[in-house]
Design a protein around this ligand. Sequence first.
Ligand SMILES: *Cc1c(COP(=O)(O)O)cnc(C)c1O
Length: 240
Amino acid sequence: MEQYIKQIQENIAALEAELKSLLDTLGRKREEISLVAVSKTHPVEYIEAAIRCGIGNFGENKVQEALRKVPMIREPYEGFHFIGHLQTNKINQLLSLKPKLIHSIGSLYLAERLNRACGNRNLIQDVLVQVNVSGEEQKSGVSFSNALDSIIKIASYPNLRVKGLMTIGRLHPDREHNRPYYKELKALFDQINAMQLEGLSLLHLSMGMSGDWQPAIQEGSNMIRIGSSIFGERDYGDIR
Ligand SMILES: *Cc1c(COP(=O)(O)O)cnc(C)c1O
């Protein structure tokens, strides 16, 4: 067997084992957690190998790269997730790939443009609202202080269905670093669901990556986006 297949298989098994044992301590079930395998920079063969190991959902963060890879996947999978910054001039190309979920709706402007594009195609797109919880300036996402208003506004667009919230933690050697932000987003998630607003029931809370999915899950994440712990380190210098 090719070495990369074996490695991906082992990585997924190790991740699943650790996830299961963490969930056991929390009294939560594996079915409550969605695992999105982040395949950016990695070849289609890696995605196919992961699918054969039971991965149903994978994520890409660049439209151009997704356009090249997604149509080439020859294994049946559940869904392609778009998790990266979305430029408005790439919306139509992204929609042509029929993303199951777009995690990165981080501004009213983007939401408005995406809504219009979905209207033109007569489709309703499932999205998450990306919230910039930490307030880091270089991060995209609606600001945490206006998040409630932004989410309600985005949910009012007829061709978007807000299915949850997403945040990107900071890459940090201390995996505890993002825990307070994850806690804050979970509180907002619960607050919105408690309001029982018409057409706004949040299902997914997308937070946690390879470096910090454990605290994210402890704080209530139910969707983790895992790249390097499944596929290995990324090589951005390589031509994919
Ligand atoms: C790359 C990426 C991930 C996965 O990162 P890893 O640290 O490799 O697990 C998760 N979410 C987003 C938005 C990403 O761009």
